[in-house]
Design a protein around this ligand. Structure first.
Ligand code: HDE
Length: 699
């Protein structure tokens, strides 16, 4: 084989080979701000490393290159072992009125006083780079920077949990995370190890009903409820203690997407929730939640047919109603995702006087775990000095040194009691935190209380409280997830559990799996009872009936009716709804008035899954082109399949036909302002649930 001759090295002819083209490259003389190393040394050249000759090897001497690359190599810290993917925002909490009868917590006394908060929403199972819309529980963590220290309420969007004892947490998390040999699936519970663990853990059944419900695929972080999950205490100035359960209620209503939408959104925009939160705050539409408590005392607790220390149980609002205490408003995006959202360290043990823990064994374990994890994640005991974690009130003690000490404590006294530093801080029996004195007796024992043994009654209550479409979605989710489990024995066991929860649910799932009559018999520790249903648990009906905070997508083509579009946009803006324009080309579309209108998305870049409701406003010619375009047909078909209200001009009829859209109450013709108003009224009603059985079967 002939060998090619090596080409001679070309001579460098450019007079300035080390410079970027002048037109794309600014220097400090133009911007007035010079780049430096971490030591403050001004940098002359940020484009080229130090080399022996322009084409020669890079020199070890290049301390600027080494500093930059070394810092880059160390940019990541260990991601959270759970809840790794999150989105945060700053805001404030403000009480509606004094809650002094209930608690002495300073931030709950004065309706005029705002307390700064930082909130982080998260998924649980996926890594930091995973998608926003898997089927999963969502974290809802709030750090209140109160004048009495930081108070962290580290909750979820589901009011119960998978397990009753902290010792099981590593197991449930290992089961749901990527399987250790193969490293998949990422951010998904639909796999063998998760269902293997669950099928052997009856206490999970109530949580499983929630996790398979639409709660696990929220429409937006802004439209998600939050729960403290455990029973906590509130203690007033007289020392009277009551039990509480914490709730967050979104002002925009609670809302979910449908599963097929979640799947498509995950591909089209993995950052769907993060973007949604960011954009809402960025455009001044500040999300808001009402903070409430269910208050009950020992006598109430004794009257419940479950143990209030059991985190797999909830107290129906029909039994203990919510008492609103105040609101949080998120009004500022982080300046830096890493510095704030990644480094924020929540610890359920961060508490203030007036709030206390209960003996819930899951909570007790959490009181240890979070501080421990932050030590690893944030590299030492001084993480409270990171700005997002630092208390806003004075922080004084004699703790010293340690990795990443950022402060310079003064003086020779670092102990207490002392006589050498009379100005130094001292304990404060008057205002200091005091644990509620409680009598504790009992054997040292590893044993679950018998009062925790009813694993099915509340699971049944939750399922039976749902509206029919919600029940169907739970059945569908179970059928989907279990069909992804390759071990028949696990599916059979799960069918056995479902049989104990609800016969009809079992029958539907067994039928969808093609496994009727194959349920493994499971003997419950306590036979499930029929509890009163709790309509407050439903999602349908909780979506506020408003369009505020939601998003409409309007599809246009060249020749669209410019006047009608303007009036539709004005009507939606009046409803405080965000509007996006979609056209076949990102350059825009020219209206019948000859004016080019810029648009936000193309059909593939802005699929209809991004929007709560859609309007089809093509011209007749534009529609002729759209019917031949798969992206357009899918756009409309998906909007219909996802049960959305569709507004359309008469010219769009061929596109509706091509997309197999059957006229129903949710398909509304728009010709003028009157019919626009009808469409808006229909859209306020939310999804067209009656459409669903005509489109999808369970499975
Ligand atoms: Fe967590 N959990 N958890 N958890 N959890 C963490 O702490 C843990 C539990 C929750 O936005 C970790 O800082 C144990 C219940 C949220 O930064 C870790 C147990 C609830 C977040 C940890 C539980 C939660 C976490 C991982 C069983 C709802 C995200 C990183 C005893 C009430 C916080 C970190 C954020 C994070 C441990 C159970 C909510 C490992 C041991 C129940 C929202 O410490």
């Amino acid at each position: 084989m002939a060998t090619k001759k090596k080409a001679p090295t070309p001579a460098v002819t450019s007079p300035k080979p080390d410079r970027l083209p002048a037109e794309t490259h600014q220097t400090a003389s133009e911007t007035g701000s010079h780049l430096t190393t971490n030591q403050g040394l001004p940098i002359a050249d940020n484009q080229n490393s130090l080399k022996a000759g322009t084409r020669g090897p890079v020199l070890l001497e290049d301390f600027i290159l080494r500093e930059k690359i070394t810092h880059f190599d160390h940019e990541r810290i260990p991601e959270r072992v759970v809840h790794a993917r999150g989105s945060g925002a700053h805001g404030y909490f403000q009480p509606y009125e004094s809650a002094a009868d209930l608690t002495k917590a300073g931030f709950l006394q004065d309706p005029k006083k705002k307390t700064e908060v930082f909130v982080r929403f998260s998924t649980v199972a996926g890594g930091a780079g995973s998608v926003d819309l898997p089927r999963d529980v969502r974290g809802f963590s709030v750090k209140f920077y109160t004048e009495e220290g930081n108070y962290d309420l580290v909750g979820n969007n589901i009011p119960v949990f998978f397990i009753q004892d902290a010792i099981k947490f590593p197991d449930v998390i290992h089961a749901v995370k990527m399987e250790p040999d193969r490293g998949f699936p990422q951010a998904a519970s639909a796999h063998a190890t998760f269902w293997d663990f669950i099928s052997l853990t009856p206490e999970s059944m109530h949580m499983i009903m929630w996790a398979m419900s639409d709660r696990a695929i929220p429409r937006s972080y802004r439209m998600m409820e939050g729960f403290g999950v455990h029973t906590f205490r509130m203690i007033n100035a007289e020392g009277v203690s009551r039990f509480v359960k914490f709730h967050w209620r979104p002002v925009l209503g609670t809302s979910a997407v449908v599963w097929d939408e979640a799947v498509k959104i995950s591909g089209a925009d993995p950052d769907f929730h993060r973007r949604d939160l960011w954009e809402a705050i960025d455009t001044g539409h500040f999300p808001e939640w009402e903070f409430s408590v269910q208050v009950f005392d020992e006598t109430d607790a004794a009257s419940f047919d479950f143990d209030v220390l059991d985190p797999t149980k909830l107290i129906p609002e029909e039994i203990i109603p919510l008492r609103p205490l105040g609101k949080i408003v998120l009004n500022r995006n982080p300046d830096n995702h890493f510095a704030e959202t990644e480094q924020v360290a929540f610890c359920p043990s961060n508490i203030v006087p007036g709030i206390g823990f209960s003996d819930d064994p899951l909570l007790q374990g959490r009181l240890f775990s979070y501080l421990d994890t932050q030590l690893l994640r944030l590299g030492g005991p001084n993480f409270h000095q990171i700005p997002v974690n630092a208390p806003r009130c004075p922080m004084r003690n004699f703790q010293r040194d340690g990795l990443r000490q950022m402060e310079v404590p003064k003086g020779r006294v670092a102990y207490e009691p002392n006589s050498l530093a009379p100005e130094a801080p001292r304990e404060c029996p008057m205002h200091g935190f005091k644990t509620l004195p409680e009598e504790v007796t009992g054997e040292k024992i590893r044993h679950r209380s018998e009062t925790f043994a009813d694993h099915y009654s509340q699971a049944r209550m939750f399922f039976r409280s749902m509206e029919e479409p919600e029940q169907n979605h739970i059945a569908s989710a179970l059928a989907f997830e279990l069909a992804r489990v390759e071990f028949k024995s696990i599916r059979q066991k799960m069918l056995g559990h479902l049989l104990l929860i609800d016969q009809a649910l079992h029958d539907t799932v067994a039928d969808a799996l093609g496994m009727s009559g194959q349920a493994e018999e499971i003997l419950p520790a306590i036979p499930p009872r029929d509890l009163a249903v709790s309509p407050a648990l439903r999602l349908i009906g909780k979506d506020a009936g408003i369009l505020k905070g939601r998003k409409a997508g309007i599809l246009i083509t060249d020749g669209f009716d410019a006047a009608l579009l303007a009036s539709v946009q004005a009507a939606l803006t009046k409803e405080k709804m965000a509007v996006a324009l979609i056209a076949p080309k990102i350059g825009g579309a020219v209206g019948d008035d000859g004016v080019l209108l810029e648009v936000d998305f193309t059909l593939s870049g802005g699929p209809s899954v991004f929007f709560d409701t859609v309007v089809l406003m093509p011209s007749a010619e534009g529609c002729e082109m759209l019917v031949t375009e798969a992206a357009a047909v899918n756009w409309v078909r998906d909007a219909f399949g996802h049960l959305k209200v569709i507004g359309h001009v008469p010219e769009a009829q061929p596109l509706l036909d091509a997309s197999s859209v059957e006229a129903d109450a949710g398909v509304v013709a728009i010709r003028d302002s009157k019919s626009t108003a009808t469409w808006i009224k229909t859209a306020k009603g939310g999804r067209i649930w009656e459409r669903e059985p005509t489109l999808r079967s369970i499975g």
